[in-house]
Ligand binder design. Sequence first.
Ligand code: NDP
Length: 386
Amino acid sequence: MAKVLCVLYPDPVTGYPPKYARDGIPVISKYPNGQTAPTPQGQLGFNPGELVGCVSGELGLRSYLERQGHELIVTSDKDGADSVFDRHLGDAEVVISQPFWPAYLTAERIGKAKKLKLALTAGIGSDHVDLKAAADHGITVAEETFSNSISVAEHVVMMVLSLVRNYLPSHQYAVNGGWNIADCVSRSYDLEGMHFGTIAAGRIGLAVLRRLKPFDVHLHYYDPHRLSSEVEAELNLTYHATPQSLVQVCDVINLQTPLYPSTEHMFDDKMFELAKKGAYLINTARGKLCDRDAVVRALTSGKLAGYAGDVWFPQPAPIDHPWRTMPHEGMTPHISGSSLSAQTRYAAGTLEILECYFEGRPIRPEYLIVDGGKLAGAGAKAYKLN
Ligand code: NDP
């Protein structure tokens, strides 16, 4: 019998379950690259489209785990030495956490987690796990690759348009009873004709490029590996050999690279110095890719015309985090990859991975980040240990 320790975000303050706006979600069985959506062998413990990412939703795992005789602990209390998470970590065999409400598995915590064999990310992005420490301790790290990539790509497109069209302040005028056309439009532009660039053109970055193509923008990208010449031609892409080269020419920049030690603070004062005056920056990848205070300085000076994203450090962000109140921001809590549609897929993926783990079947390589003491599967492509 294994102890499975699952850290999820708190329930809605309005109570659980919520009143759903729709009766269901479309069935997505394949992703754009042909990879199949999660295919657990057993029955899902929830109806697709239900809120399963919060504590009472339990990712729909309780019935499966308890049928097998395993113990499931679900909590949102994840920080500090006396947290529920820390109290159970010592004898947990499996830890499940989400990037939206990450249980930071530091080297110190991993050192104390003597029985830990599997650290599972319900979603995508396992940077809340010290991957080197996990590799050194023989812990397998896995996530549900592609489960929420399109969800995030849609969020990026929304944020690009929101910033460029000055949507959020204009909405606020309407809410406040105003009709201040001049105030609203004095920072509102068309996206058409602008130069848009993505730093990293992986699953999300490429999906964003494809979605923006019909807006008649000039599309740019940087990635350590070039896309195929067919894709470059189809989207009329300009490739940049460095992020700096892209930053110098783009009006709207999208940050989509994974966070690992050498990508931390990729956007600092020096990088902003290179940007065009009035550039927009979107970051749904990870908060730590940007130097927190350099973002505030760039917005205050007018170097950046807007910054939007849903990723912060730490998470949840403290009440006085300056990104909550800086000028021309379009921040949300970390929600882009946790739509009800995405939850259905990553909860099903979590069940698929648990079934494989407990039945001794191989976990799909596209889900593996660390295995056998080193980066593995998708992780070997996307991450570095230093
Ligand atoms: P992918 O692995 O598909 O793509 C990542 C891309 O980043 C790859 O093309 C990789 O290049 C590239 N890359 C690696 N290192 C660098 C670097 N130093 N500079 C620029 N590019 C680099 O991941 P996804 O597109 O699915 O996700 C990207 C990130 O988005 C995740 O790591 C996660 O942090 C974040 N995310 C956020 C979510 C949210 O809810 N906000 C949800 C899901 C993901 P190559 O492989 O060619 O070497």
